[in-house]
Design a protein around this ligand. Structure first.
Ligand SMILES: Nc1ncnc2c1ncn2[C@@H]1O[C@H](COP(=O)(O)OP(=O)(O)OP(=O)(O)O)[C@@H](O)[C@H]1O
Length: 302
């Protein structure tokens, strides 16, 4: 079943155990197919939980998540998932690991694609997984995921163990996958590295979606402003954060209308946008649920 929507969450919530707190609560968003989506947020925000729910490895406590137009379990053959701990069989060689991937995916295994990912890391196919560094294991896990010819790649902090060169190479591999139409969802703490490669953002904080949408749209919805503190009334705009230094006021706002001509304004960088929201967990969320509904109606009408 094809779908223009790679991932959709509706009032999605997950609680671990009857007495546990909510790892995720009331999360609604839509990720169109073909995007490269960054999932960012502080430690414990719920990023891994969200990816595990999408991968079908955990069941929602409330609400729903739809993957490639179907349930996570039904979508699993079309999804490549790399968990944070990159589980692999330590006693197998890299070549044996890839053969296992081929055996598990009869008829649609991409031998060349998987081998290219391994070759990019200059790895000996006869090396045993237990002898590999964390970053080298990431590469083998990615080769297994890419070999499935997935329509959707879910990657939980794929960059965490990698040196700067390996990060760059891995990003190149992911961009090549994206160019083939694969939707990529990747959690990361290194926001500055995501700005050039990702076109969609999910910012998770305290188990809630704080920002969701196309990065260009989210950036365009915000302005970094500065002006004389005495004459820069921030009403009626939505203030994400503001600071007064001497007589100067600087703020990150979501404009609710035209801004006065005597304010200095600029579009924030992705890192500025994310950091401002993380520093101010009480700032209002921007999750265009109405956009998602409209797109959904168009999808059903088509
Ligand atoms: N299996 C589990 N049992 C109980 N609580 C859990 C479990 N997995 C996650 N949690 C809790 O759910 C919340 C969200 O955790 P999650 O691992 O999804 O966060 P995260 O954003 O991926 O964090 P990090 O950036 O540190 O990896 C945390 O409070 C965590 O303690």
């Amino acid at each position: 079943m094809s779908s223009d929507t790679a991932l959709r969450a509706e009032a999605l919530g997950k609680r671990f155990g009857l007495r546990g707190g909510w790892a995720l609560r009331d999360c609604s968003f839509r990720l169109p197919a073909g995007r490269v989506c960054a999932v960012v947020g502080p430690n414990g925000a719920g990023k891994s939980t969200l990816l595990a729910l999408a991968a079908g490895l955990a069941a929602p406590t409330e609400g729903s998540v739809t993957v490639l137009g179907t349930t996570p379990a039904a979508a699993r053959p079309r999804v490549g998932f790399i968990a944070q701990d990159k589980p692999l069989y330590p006693q197998l060689t890299i070549a044996e690991t890839l053969r296992m991937g081929a055996d598990l995916n009869p008829g649609h295994w991409d031998t060349d694609g998987a081998e290219q990912v391994v070759a990019g890391g200059d790895l000996d196919p006869e090396a045993r997984v237990r002898t590999l560094s964390g970053g080298q294991r990431t590469r083998v896990a990615l080769a297994l995921a890419v070999g499935k010819r997935p329509e959707l790649l879910l990657l939980d902090e794929p960059m965490a163990d990698l040196d700067p060169l390996a990060r760059h190479e891995l990003m190149g591999t992911l961009m090549a996958q994206a160019a083939r139409g694969t939707t990529i969802v990747m959690s990361s703490h290194v926001v500055a590295e995501l700005e050039d490669s990702c076109d969609h953002l999910l910012l998770v904080g305290g188990g809630r979606i704080r920002l969701s949408g196309e990065i260009d749209d989210l950036l365009a919805a915000h302005r970094r402003v500065s002006g004389a503190a005495a004459t820069t009334p921030l009403d009626p705009h939505t203030v994400i954060e503001s600071r007064v230094t001497g007589r100067q006021l600087t703020a990150l706002i979501r404009p609710a209308g035209p801004l006065p001509g005597d304010w200095r304004t600029a579009t924030p960088s992705l890192e500025e946008l994310v950091l401002a929201h993380l520093r101010n967990p009480g700032a209002p969320a921007l999750t265009p649920a109405d956009t998602a509904d409209t797109a959904d109606e168009e999808e059903h009408a088509a």
